[in-house]
Ligand binder design. Structure first.
Ligand SMILES: [Zn+2]
Length: 388
């Protein structure tokens, strides 16, 4: 091979090598430039780091900033915006962030409005109802919930309004998200003191009708058994007729009986009793004056008898008169009884009143007469006369 050809060949290789080196340099340069450029961009780009859980209770007070843990390369513009959390479900929200150049960028994200809080039941722990009376157990039950929805409680458990007992029941309330609350309560079914039946210690049947007590059909008003303040029958014709007959029959003996005190209302009795209490003290007053609601005069079946020829009227001075003796021995014939006999105050609750007659009908009056040594109503029926 000639020297000239060899030289030519070497020159060709050198050019190719040079070009290859140039291409390599350009390629590497371009790559390095790009990596560098990327680094610069990353350094300035906005990055939002959200909280781990993007859930919010319904109707809670939340601001946009509450969802954001950190913002890199930017500043949150609308962080103080309050979120409408009144509806359950997924909610789309927008963050506006100012970057380093002062431009605002929008970031979209989603949160879920949930309801995980149980309703709150507000009710009585214990309810009482009279036997046989219907009762609305939900009447005073209040259910509130963070969802603001109207939630009705229901009663769980069994009870019988016609059976006396203590029933352990439960209210339950469930919101639309399925959150359930329970509330235990007790229902007491008790006997109705105003309408009940009972048996006396001597086996007589007693019944209370609208607060008025009858034993064996006889109205009872004493210290144990009271009358409702609304009971105001006036003087009843049965005793008026019996007294008229008694008075007429006694006329032939020269007696002139009249009713010194007949019917007295609850309110009349209240005034009388309170006057005695303020004058004589309650302990003394209770031996001769009935508390309001406990007076037989309110029943309209009792009278205090006086005689126009005798000065003593409704006082113990009357006890020793022949009129008192006659009443004691004869009133039973007219269906009247000496209601508070001598020596029986421990039974009747009252001192002897020779003038106080009570109508019970001839049958019972005859049984109680006992040859003038009167048996009390309390002894006969086997009942008490004591204030509770
Ligand atoms: Zn009287």
């Amino acid at each position: 091979m000639s020297k000239k050809i060899k030289k030519k060949k070497n020159k060709k290789i050198s050019i190719i090598l040079f070009l290859l080196i140039i291409i390599c340099l350009l390629t590497f340069g371009y790559c390095f430039y790009n990596i560098y450029k990327q680094k610069i961009t990353d350094k300035n780009s906005i990055k939002v780091i959200f909280n781990n859980v993007l859930e919010t209770e319904i109707n809670s007070e939340v601001y946009l900033k509450d969802y954001v843990k950190e913002i890199v390369n930017g500043k949150l513009v609308n962080g103080d915006e309050i979120i409408d959390t009144s509806k359950l479900g997924i909610k789309e929200l927008n963050l506006f962030i100012k970057n380093k150049d002062g431009n605002e960028e929008k970031y979209n994200f989603k949160v879920t409005i949930i309801d995980s809080i149980n309703p709150i039941i507000d009710a009585s722990k214990e309810l009482t109802s009279y036997i046989g009376n219907s009762i609305d157990l939900l009447k005073d039950v209040k259910v509130s919930d963070n969802s603001n929805e109207e939630i009705n409680a229901k009663v769980v458990g069994e009870y019988d309004i016609n059976k006396i007992g203590k029933y352990e029941l439960r209210y339950e309330a469930v919101d639309s998200s399925g959150n359930k609350s329970e509330y235990d309560f007790i229902l007491n079914i008790v006997s109705d003191p105003s309408n009940r039946t009972f048996t006396t210690s001597k086996g007589f049947n007693g019944k209370v009708v609208n607060g008025i007590t009858y034993i064996d059909g006889i109205l009872i008003a004493n210290k144990t058994y009271s009358l409702p303040s609304s009971y105001a029958p006036g003087l009843q014709s049965s005793i008026q007729n019996a007294f008229n007959k008694l008075r007429n029959d006694a006329t032939s003996l020269g007696y002139d009986f009249y009713i010194g005190s007949g019917y007295r209302s609850y309110w009349d009795q209240k005034i009388i009793y309170n006057n005695y209490v303020s004058w004589d003290g309650q302990v003394n007053a209770d031996t001769y004056s009935a508390r309001p609601g406990h007076s037989e005069h309110q029943s309209g079946l009792a009278v205090d008898v006086c005689d126009s020829n005798v000065e003593a009227c409704i006082t113990s001075a009357f006890d020793s008169t022949e009129q008192a003796k006659w009443l004691n021995d004869n009133c039973y014939k007219y269906g009247l009884i000496i209601r508070y006999p001598k020596g029986k105050s421990n039974l009747t609750g009252y001192m002897y009143e020779s003038w106080h007659l009570r109508y019970v009908g001839e049958e019972l009056a005859t049984k109680l007469y006992n040859n003038g040594d009167w048996i009390t109503v309390e002894e006969y029926y086997g009942i008490d006369s004591k204030y509770s």
